[in-house]
Write a protein that binds this ligand. Structure first.
Ligand SMILES: Cc1cc2nc3c(=O)[nH]c(=O)nc-3n(C[C@H](O)[C@H](O)[C@H](O)COP(=O)(O)OP(=O)(O)OC[C@H]3O[C@@H](n4cnc5c(N)ncnc54)[C@H](O)[C@@H]3O)c2cc1C
Length: 487
């Protein structure tokens, strides 16, 4: 990838004409009057949710953003390997990996023991520890990640596009009324054009749910009466993407530098092989002080870098982007406006605060129905190339038969493989009446169900929020319908 060779160019690096590289514009026309879900903000959080919801054409989703168009230059350009795993689930990890700069090693520099005015290399380590992920830690312009999300949304069943130049002013939430005729769209969002010069007028949208993905100074958070709590003093960092001539040998590594008296710096090499990012630690700000009041310029940052990296030199030829930003330590105490009484006290309620704030280990596996189906179909057909047929046979047949100490009835009718549950006939949580007892699967109490019938090489994946433990589940009825249809 050579797309930063002659300065920084936003957009798709594989399109030669810079004018055509810029991603598709947003939605035309007025906002819909009523939606199921209104997402405020097209940052990473908003676009992730929008891309996910866009898979469901029957959910009326709308996403608004105050900026006038898609992001062209980002700031969140460092992508952790676990984030790439998420991109894999959305289907665009290959594109990220192809365009990105891979961060494989990290070097450390500290004051030279003999001459502390200078820095010297003190270590060099592998960046991502073995076994953490199949993917690397990479750096890619955040705007490219946004482009990929927008692509997913555009091609999805819902064909979702953001409405730009819309700033959320506030939310009005109608009181809940009892009875069947109550309006489910209780939230009214007021929006106005962020840049009136581009046209537009004040609009309102009624929504069942509004999700605030509008960043650190969220208008949604303010509208529902939530506030940030914690240390009000911020730490300021300068950051810039530069093209520079330098004799610093580790400029193409992620590098952490600590000088004796001039502060700390971090180098992150950028995609394309030329640009690199420099983070420079600035002072701690006083409580309530804003960094904007300090009149810091890119020249200040370059001068600070030159002091920190002594004896190496940086002759900065171009600053592609720079900023000074504040890092705070504040947290919101709650993430919604659900009244305490409804948040679940003693009730076995999967939406209760207990469950939502509980780090349930089984909640860590995130997948899509299509990925899970591929996995189940692979098992249904014997397991290869992931597992040997012998392993699959062992794991998916009733292993309780190996334990004569277990009462005979349980051993035969409540069978388990290794992690896989057999289809328990005559039990209220059977997968389906129309499946054989040899079918196996997973029955997740929060509404996830998958089963595999090895005899017919048939599998089904149902990911829902329907709690399956309360009654004879509609998921069982649905499974019966799938079995009947597949006959
Ligand atoms: C200089 C810098 C470097 C960073 N580097 C990294 C990094 O390398 N890797 C990393 O993972 N993270 C990094 N971060 C952190 C990262 O940027 C944030 O964690 C991330 O952007 C948060 O995403 P978000 O979607 O919650 O909010 P944001 O990215 O803040 O997005 C919020 C969106 O909502 C819009 N919005 C706000 N108010 C309204 C409104 N009233 N109406 C309509 N729209 C509104 C905003 O315009 C914005 O587009 C960095 C941050 C900074 C400042």
């Amino acid at each position: 990838m050579q797309f930063h060779l002659n300065g920084f160019q936003p957009g798709d690096p594989e399109i030669a004409d810079p004018a055509e590289r810029i991603p598709a514009p947003g939605a035309d026309g007025a906002l819909p009057a009523e939606v199921d879900v209104l997402i405020v903000g097209c940052g990473p959080a908003g676009l992730t949710l929008a891309a996910q919801l866009s898979a469901f054409a029957d959910i009326r989703t709308c996403i608004v953003e105050q900026k006038s168009g898609p992001l062209l230059r980002g700031q969140a350009d460092g992508i952790a390997c676990r984030t790439v795993e998420m991109f894999e689930a959305f289907g665009f990890s290959e594109r990220v990996l192809k365009e990105a700069c891979w961060i494989n090693e990290t070097t450390f520099w500290k004051p030279d023991e003999k001459n502390p005015q200078n820095i010297a290399r003190s270590g060099r380590v592998q960046d991502v520890e073995d076994g953490l992920s199949e993917f690397p830690h990479v750096v890619l312009n955040q705007a490219r990640v946004h482009d990929f999300y927008l692509d997913v949304m555009r091609r999805s069943p819902a064909k979702l596009k953001p409405y730009y130049n819309r700033r959320l002013v506030d939310l009005q939430i109608a009181a809940e009324t009892a009875g069947g005729n109550a309006d489910p769209c209780r939230v009214t969002a007021r929006l106005e054009p962020a840049d009136p010069a581009q046209g537009g007028r004040p609009e309102t949208v009624k929504a069942r749910y509004v999700v605030g993905c509008d960043g650190a100074r969220s208008a949604v958070r303010k509208s529902i009466g939530r506030a940030l709590h914690g240390d009000s003093a911020n730490h300021a960092w300068g950051v810039m993407d530069v093209l520079a001539v330098t004799d610093f040998p580790d400029v193409r590594f992620k590098t952490l530098v600590q000088s004796a008296g001039e502060g700390s710096s971090i180098i992150i090499p950028r995609e394309g092989g030329y640009l690199f990012r420099l983070y420079i630690e600035l002072d701690k700000l006083a409580a309530g002080e804003r960094v904007a009041n300090r009149s810091i310029t890119s020249d200040h940052l370059i001068a600070a870098a030159q002091r920190i990296f002594r004896p190496y030199t940086f002759d900065v030829k171009e600053v592609a982007w720079w900023s000074v930003y504040e890092i705070g330590q504040r947290l919101c105490d709650k993430f919604d406006d659900v009244p305490d009484a409804q948040a679940g006290g003693v009730d076995w309620n999967w939406n209760s605060r207990y469950w939502r704030s509980f780090g349930a280990p089984w909640g860590g596996a995130i997948t899509t129905t299509s990925d899970m189906s591929r996995f189940c179909q692979c098992l249904a057909q014997g397991g290869e190339p992931l597992f040997s047929p012998a392993t699959v046979r062992e794991a998916t047949t009733n292993r309780l038969l190996d334990f004569p100490g277990i009462p005979d009835g349980d051993r035969r009718s409540r069978g388990w493989g290794y992690g896989w549950r057999m289809n328990w006939k005559d039990h209220r949580s059977l997968f389906a009446d129309l499946l054989p007892a040899e079918a196996y699967g997973h029955w997740g109490a929060t509404g996830t169900l998958c089963w595999i019938d090895p005899e017919r090489e048939l599998s089904a994946v149902l990911l829902s929020t329907r709690s399956v433990e309360r009654e004879v589940s509609p998921l069982t009825r649905l499974s019966n319908m799938i079995c009947a249809a597949a006959r």
